[in-house]
Design a protein around this ligand. Structure first.
Ligand SMILES: Nc1ncnc2c1ncn2[C@@H]1O[C@H](COP(=O)(O)OP(=O)(O)OP(=O)(O)O)[C@@H](O)[C@H]1O
Length: 223
């Protein structure tokens, strides 16, 4: 589950205006939330906080039953981040690694056995339609293929929380719909899923509660 209580976040400690102001909301384990709001509202910043890439400047954040504060030990944050799958807007693949090695990374970080990694990576890449591109270097992929690789990497290790920033903007419509079906299925199996998007057609297709941000403030809390 996710619980934020009066969380604010400043890009720099001395910055006068916070990027995120006084956010309070809760998402139960297995909940699905859209994250909506105009460009610049703070969606990516909120996802970075939930991915513990940055820490709250004020307030309390609880993720997957762990409290995260400015004093939380780095090793705890690293382990927590390993339990979260993130699809970044810019994919963030390792360009010199193959598709399969990119997708294997989260499982390798968890020291899972190599035969299990091979099986899972093959099956997830087949699922996203990249089963015949396992050995291709990520730098040679199209935008849509990079996005599908990033999605496979975010879910291969069955994380408790999946965060996705505009995960369908490089996908064809049938693939976008397939991804939505999968996110919906993962949430019904107990994974918490948060998806930031501007794509209204997508939101209409999967009506779920929305967290709506405007200028760093929550104007709808998804309850
Ligand atoms: N690297 C940066 N340095 C300084 N300010 C930034 C930086 N990145 C974003 N911002 C500012 O932080 C605020 C929140 O940006 P954020 O990217 O979180 O919004 P967003 O809702 O995800 O926008 P979009 O929908 O366009 O991706 C905006 O005012 C933005 O201009």
């Amino acid at each position: 589950m996710i619980r934020l209580t009066n969380v604010s976040w400043r890009r720099e400690r001395k910055a006068s205006t916070p990027v995120l102001s006084n956010l309070s909301f809760e998402v139960p384990q297995g909940g699905f939330r859209w994250l909506l709001g105009p460009s610049g509202a703070g969606k990516t910043s909120l996802l970075s906080l939930l991915h513990v890439e940055s820490l709250p400047s004020d307030g309390t954040l609880c993720l997957l039953d762990k409290d995260v504060t400015a004093h939380t030990h780095r090793s705890v944050l690293v382990r927590l981040r390993q339990r979260i799958g993130m699809v970044h807007q810019d994919f963030r693949l390792m360009p010199d690694l193959s598709v399969a090695d990119n997708v294997a990374l989260p499982m390798r970080l968890q020291h899972r056995p190599e035969d299990e990694i091979t099986d899972e990576v093959q099956s997830i890449l087949k699922w996203v339609g990249l089963g015949d591109q396992l050995g291709v270097r990520a730098s040679r992929l199209s935008g849509g293929e990079q996005q599908r690789t990033a999605i496979a990497r975010a879910i291969v290790h069955r994380p408790g929380l999946i965060l996705a920033d505009e995960p369908t903007n490089a996908l064809e419509e049938p693939q976008a719909h397939k991804l939505l079906d999968m996110f919906s299925e993962l949430s019904s199996m107990g994974t918490t899923v948060i998806v930031a998007t501007h794509n209204e057609a997508l939101v209409r297709r999967l009506p779920r509660p929305a967290l709506v941000l405007e200028r760093g403030r929550l104007v709808q809390d998804g309850a």
